[in-house]
Design a protein around this ligand. Sequence first.
Ligand code: ZN
Length: 300
Amino acid sequence: MQGKFEYENRATCICGWPLKDAVDEIGKTSAWGTVRFVRCASCQSWCQSPYISPKSLAAWYDSDDYQGSAQICGSVYANYLEDESHRITEARRRYCRDLSGHLPPAGGWVLEIGCATGSLLSVIRDAGHEVAGIDLSRRFADAAKQLHGLEVQVADILSAKIPDGSFDMVLLFGTLSNLSDIPISLQRIYGLLKPGGVLVANYPAADSIVAKLYGERFWMFAPSASTFMTSMGCGLALKQAGFSSVESGLDRQMPSFRKLFTHAKCHALLPVLDAFGLGNKSLPFRLPVPGVRIVRAARG
Ligand SMILES: [Zn+2]
């Protein structure tokens, strides 16, 4: 059944600048309604304003219009759950490449916000750490339980019941840009970390060359993105939340052919991929993802 977006007012950018001074505007219409992005006059981030309410966004994430299914291609994924075996492979590489060096050898505590089916959390748990996950989607939480035996809390970061000062690491992969109130959420995340704990997140950068090349056609102008951040906007938001040490660089992944084709809006070619057995195969090399940055920020 098709839903309809509900919206909430938004007065400021993630950098704190008032959006009444916005310099540009883009509107995008999807199956559930139109989303409007305005550009901050200070840090140049694109802010969804008004933004879709967290409740409405949760319903969108649970829908076939977003996730896809056997009968329907979602807005981003052909069929999210079908890609799990590849995500596990990618999660193992992510853990070794970006995370293990910033955790104790075993026994660390890791929280993932927006953990979806729990593929990355299951890999971290199997490496000997304690894990916790939250996600807005009941459908993802059920999948995480069924596929990996993980108990995922269905909540947003501001309402989730999680003890402060508990975590060595908090992860947001494909999630930071989607948080409805990034400054307040980052303050909460800062409080959840132990002193010296790290936040690791990735986000598509609005000031990247690829974002400039694609302009309005860039895939971040979508209902799930509350803020299409610039590097400057993200850095300011992290510093204002209290993070003392911030490093960032180009994110590198080995995406599956299915993910590449669906992000490129080439859904019609998916049956050809499957016919050649390539649907869940990944690229044989690590690829810097155009325009996507990874950021690591420490609690002092
Ligand atoms: Zn701004």
